[in-house]
Design a protein around this ligand. Structure first.
Ligand code: NAP
Ligand code: ZN
Length: 348
């Protein structure tokens, strides 16, 4: 088994440290990828701290992977050595059910996540992108458009698709008023994508401290949610609100910002149950829905869309040796707007 360098956590909340892991020898439908960059999603922080109660250790986080193909199995047809590719939040899924044909494999129980999961054999743990290589089935590898820099494209593999999917599903486009709640890793990419789709974009942030960036990235309006006037001013304004916040908040106040038939999409995972008044939904026939990443087909579509519109994340590149400080900074919201690990530092 090939040995790979990685940064791993040995237990909940323990720091990430240099270690080695085994990757499988490539099967006939596998691709070997030399990981060049890996984005740091806030989910990585939650997973290492076992915030959701299903973390397994040792854990190598990372599901915003961008790299170069270094070997392909004998039956691989889509990729060749040297191709620029990405891997997102999952590396395998249930293929025996009909849902595979409707591209909802990311919502099926058989989903095998890029890390913190067992492979199809039920015993081999999956390890993520904070490492120097990964072996993935061809069908779960994405092609990264040539015009997008690999480092800034890496966050598209999670942040990009997580925003693109609900924006498409709820038909963000010309004539639609879309609000993005939280100008973080997901939120700032969402502003760019929604604007490129033709929607009128508003950012709802805790403060106005990132307003210049938000307007530059494509938002038309930017409001502070700490200002209670915001909620009176914007009542009934939006066709779609996408919420990237994982903290507790007043959901009824946000639902009240929707137009008739508007939808509020939950992406972040607050610790406590969400209290919602039935009347917040009934009046205005509003919806409160969740969304989870996107299928492989939709992720490839998103990458093509980002290629056409030159959309990448705004990133701060770090060496992997600085990952624990990056986690601390991410928890404080101190990043503009996504940390991306330069995996060349792993060789140092
Ligand atoms: P992030 O970069 O930390 O951004 C989250 C943003 O939320 C912050 O930038 C901040 O924006 C806002 N925020 C933070 N604390 C807040 C508080 N106490 N009250 C109100 N707003 C607060 O995180 P991310 O990587 O974008 O991830 C966001 C969430 O999405 C995480 O919970 C992650 O686990 C989840 N996620 C879900 C999916 C999915 O498929 N559903 C996929 C990936 C990630 P402002 O400073 O602008 O207020
Ligand atoms: Zn993620």
């Amino acid at each position: 088994m090939p040995i790979t360098k990685a940064y791993s956590a040995s237990a909940a909340c323990s720091p990430l440290v240099l270690s080695t892991i085994e990757r499988r020898l490539p099967h006939e439908d596998d691709i070997v990828i030399s990981i060049k960059y890996c984005g740091v999603c806030h989910s990585d922080v939650f997973m290492v701290s076992d915030a959701w109660g299903f973390s397994m250790f040792p854990m190598v986080p990372g599901h915003e992977i961008a790299g170069i193909v270094t070997a392909v199995g004998s039956k691989v047809s889509k990729y060749k050595i040297g191709d620029r590719v990405g891997v997102g939040c999952f590396v395998d899924s249930c293929t025996s059910c009909a849902t595979r044909n409707v591209d909802l494999e990311h919502l099926m129980p058989g989903l095998i996540q890029t890390y913190n999961c067992f492979e199809a054999d039920g015993k081999t743990m999956t390890y993520g992108g904070y490492s120097d290589s990964i072996v993935v089935k061809e069908g779960y590898v994405l092609s990264i458009p040539d015009n997008l820099a690999l480092d800034a494209a890496a966050p598209l593999l999670c942040a990009g698709i997580t925003m693109y999917s609900p924006l498409r599903r709820f038909e963000a486009g010309p004539g639609k008023n879309v609000a993005i709640v939280g100008m973080g890793g997901l939120g700032h990419v969402g502003v760019k994508i929604a604007r490129a789709m033709g929607a009128t974009v508003t950012v709802l942030s805790q403060s106005l401290s990132k307003m210049d960036d938000g307007l530059r990235l494509g938002a038309e309006r930017y409001y502070a949610t700490s200002d209670t006037n915001t909620f009176a001013l914007l009542a009934g304004s939006f066709d779609l609100i996408i919420c990237t916040v994982s903290a507790d908040m007043d959901w009824n106040a946000y639902l009240n910002l929707l137009k008739i038939d508007g939808a509020l999409v939950i992406l972040g995972i607050p610790e406590k149950a969400i209290p919602v008044n039935a009347l917040s939904l009934i009046v205005g026939r509003r919806s409160l829905v969740g969304s989870l990443i996107g299928s492989i087909k939709e992720t490839q579509e998103m990458l093509h869309f980002c290629g056409e519109h030159n959309i990448v994340a705004n990133i701060e590149t770090i060496d992997i040796q600085d990952i624990n400080q990056a986690f601390e900074r991410l928890e404080k919201g101190d990043v503009r707007y996504r940390f991306v690990i330069d995996m060349a530092s792993l060789a140092a």
